[in-house]
Design a protein around this ligand. Structure first.
Ligand SMILES: O=P(O)(O)OC[C@H]1O[C@H](O[C@H]2O[C@H](CO)[C@@H](O)[C@H](O)[C@H]2O)[C@H](O)[C@@H](O)[C@@H]1O
Length: 285
């Protein structure tokens, strides 16, 4: 047995979702965000790794449910690497949907499939250093410590976590980066101390709904921590309205309030998520 009891969802819809998952686990989809949910938030995005117990817990849970899928803003291959998800007994059927669902890795083939480079992203990539430089009023204060993350040719993320005042830097960058994104046909995806410029047309809600349908799932659980996960929360609520019960789990933090307000279960960050998944695996054993 794990050390965490299985929490009781606070809403009737969440209770119905968990009950369905427990009664027909082989028809359930368990969908999980990566950063902030399976992986603790760290200052350097390149140093993020799955929680030390995440892989072992997932490898216990995955054989007991219909499907486990990770849905992330990361490139799929990066999430697989930072998660340590490849070649793990028990995770032979794991799927990772990267770039908010635009890209797909599956453990069966070990291959990533997705669209190629986006011309708007390539243009932003070339323009961004000079663009930030021209915001000269900030140069001597925090712009030096803004971190640019190039996500293949599919997105560019501008991180402010390591600046002196991350929220102020984020607020100051939002307008200019939105103008830059729109000029190149992109959208701005806001997140935890990050503004990501990426192509429109896909989000975690579209990705989750189509994955649930593809698997003919009778129930879905989704766990996330950030604003990009709200679309997946919407998808679970839409699925419920269509008669597919679901559970909304918030990996809680002091940075994002929106998910906790809508969740059926709130746990304490990745440590709490791992505890919940372990309790679920125990309940299904
Ligand atoms: O969809 P996700 O898996 O949650 O990915 C969202 C973004 O996560 C990463 O940034 C966040 O995690 C970093 C590492 O802990 C942290 O430094 C940063 O402040 C967070 O915003 C990732 O770097 C982005 O590319 C993802 O889009």
């Amino acid at each position: 047995m794990g050390s965490h009891p299985l929490p009781t969802p606070v809403t009737p819809a969440g209770k119905a979702g968990l009950a369905e998952l427990l009664s027909e686990p082989k028809r359930a989809v368990v969908a999980l965000d990566f950063d902030g949910t399976l992986a603790p938030i760290v200052p350097d995005p390149d140093q993020a790794r799955a929680h030390p117990r995440a892989v072992s817990v997932l490898s216990r849970l995955a054989p007991r449910v219909g499907s486990v899928v990770v849905i992330t803003g990361r490139p799929a291959g990066v999430a697989v690497r930072y998660g340590g998800f490849a070649g793990v007994p028990g995770l032979e059927h794991l799927v990772v949907l990267g770039h908010y669902g635009a890209e797909r890795w599956d453990a069966v083939s070990g291959e990533v499939h997705g669209p190629g480079d986006d011309p708007g992203v390539l243009a932003v990539r070339a323009e961004l250093p000079g663009f930030l430089e021209r915001l000269g009023a900030w140069r001597e204060t925090w712009v030096e410590t803004v971190h640019i993350e190039h996500k293949d040719g599919r997105a560019v993320a501008v991180h402010t976590r390591r600046t002196d005042d991350p929220q102020a830097a984020l607020d100051a960058l939002r307008g200019p980066l939105t103008e830059l994104a729109h000029r190149h046909g992109l959208i701005v995806e806001p997140g935890r101390m990050v503004l990501e410029l990426r192509p429109p047309g896909m989000d975690k809600g579209v990705a989750l709904a189509s994955y649930v349908r593809e698997n003919g799932a009778s129930a879905a659980l989704y766990a996330g921590d950030d604003l990009g996960d709200l679309a997946a929360f919407d998808a679970v609520e839409n699925l419920r309205a269509e008669g597919v019960p679901g559970v909304l789990v918030c990996s809680g933090s002091n940075e994002v309030a929106e998910l906790a307000a809508r969740a059926d279960i709130v746990v304490d960050g990745p440590e709490g998520v791992v505890g919940l998944l372990g309790a679920l695996a125990d309940a299904l054993a």
